[in-house]
Design a protein around this ligand. Sequence first.
Ligand code: FES
Ligand SMILES: [Fe+2]
Length: 458
Amino acid sequence: MTVSPEIRESMRTVEEYLKEDPRTPDALFEQAGEDPPLEPIPSAHYTSVEWQQREIDKLWKKSWQMACRENDIPQPGDYTEYTIVGQTLIIVRQDDGSIKALRNTCLHRGTALIEGAGSNSEFQCTFHGWTWKLDGSLKRVPCRWDFPKVSDGEFALPEVKVDTWQGFVFVNLDPDCEPLLDFVGPTLQRHFELWPLENRYKAVHVVKRIPCNWKVAMEAFMEDYHVFRTHAQMVGYAGDCNSQYDIFDGMHSRMITSMGVASPHLEDSYTAQDTVDSMIEDLVADVAREADVKVEAPRIPEGATARNTLAGFMRASMKERLGLDFSDKADAEVLDAIQYQMFPNLIPWGGFSFPLVYRYRPAESPDWCWFDVMIMAPLPDGVPVPRDVPCTVLPSDEPWANCAELGGLGPVYDQDMVNLPKVQRGMHNDTMNELTMAQYQERNIRDFHRRLEAFLDR
Ligand code: FES
Ligand SMILES: [Fe+2]
């Protein structure tokens, strides 16, 4: 049982909304996972250097993590750098189309061979010119006679485990790791067959360094409890405290937020038409105004609901903008916020309405992290997939709203960003030893910490 008894008694559940549409796929009804124990989370897990070191040694050097998209490196010789906890890797497309992950370090004196992304037929060190082939084998050592102990076999760039799922390239620094698909688990594999990401392309990729622990940033996107206070503009059209929280295969989780319904915080003061008007005003009208297009909120037809009116609007708008026909897809798939959390640090969204992917990585201290936002644009069948856009680094002091390509999402992230550095700062108080998490709305966060601790103890 994952739905809180209080919700069952006093609020409409996500399940009830899903049942209104016979097209809803079974995957959205699956409610899995034991309730994790209602225990506080030590603040040291976010603030202490010792804990961060434990995560470096036992999590980041042992777990599968998304390094890039396959489509970031479509052609032989295309490469991109992936860095995590001071480790730097070259992810490179091979002549035979396969992908390798190599340690990004010259075996002469340690110079990093690449920085960022590019395309090359070999990797040549800029210091003294040692050169490796795309597959990591040693190609050339200037004045080779001066290195009698250098053998080709021993001086190949060390390889790191690499595999792909749904168009993402994953790496694992642990040579003895489990296969990627075992780690992804059966549930996410099955669910993402409904909303395949492998044939999408990355239309937007922005990354920003944020002054908080990576888990503080990620966990702000794993609960809807904060919505009514942090994103007050959304309560007219987003079910927040009745969102559904699920845990799958003991490893990953999901949060489904019904859209096109008023928050239970103010259900009684909102009409269905108010809900439609506020969602259109907030999510669509700003962008449309910038493009100088007038968007009228649709009127709810006789016998219809705010949800199916808005879902119809979304289907029509995606048909017009993207040429995609979603008439056989459920309202939930074109309207709701369906966010999966893949252990440890990836949030790929399900459905079609919000094609987002978030990634969170630790930075140089427990008090800083990197937050990536990607938009994975769907394409009509038969349209060639364009190359993914390069990643833009947004300076730490610049608002997300400056990223025009994020549209209405930028200001929403800025609302979250107001809290995150304050959380990090406040947690350092000697008296703030533990965080008190909600029984229902923060259950996925509590469970994430259970999974994290279990992983660190492996
Ligand atoms: S450090 Fe790379 S060739 Fe000398
Ligand atoms: Fe938020």
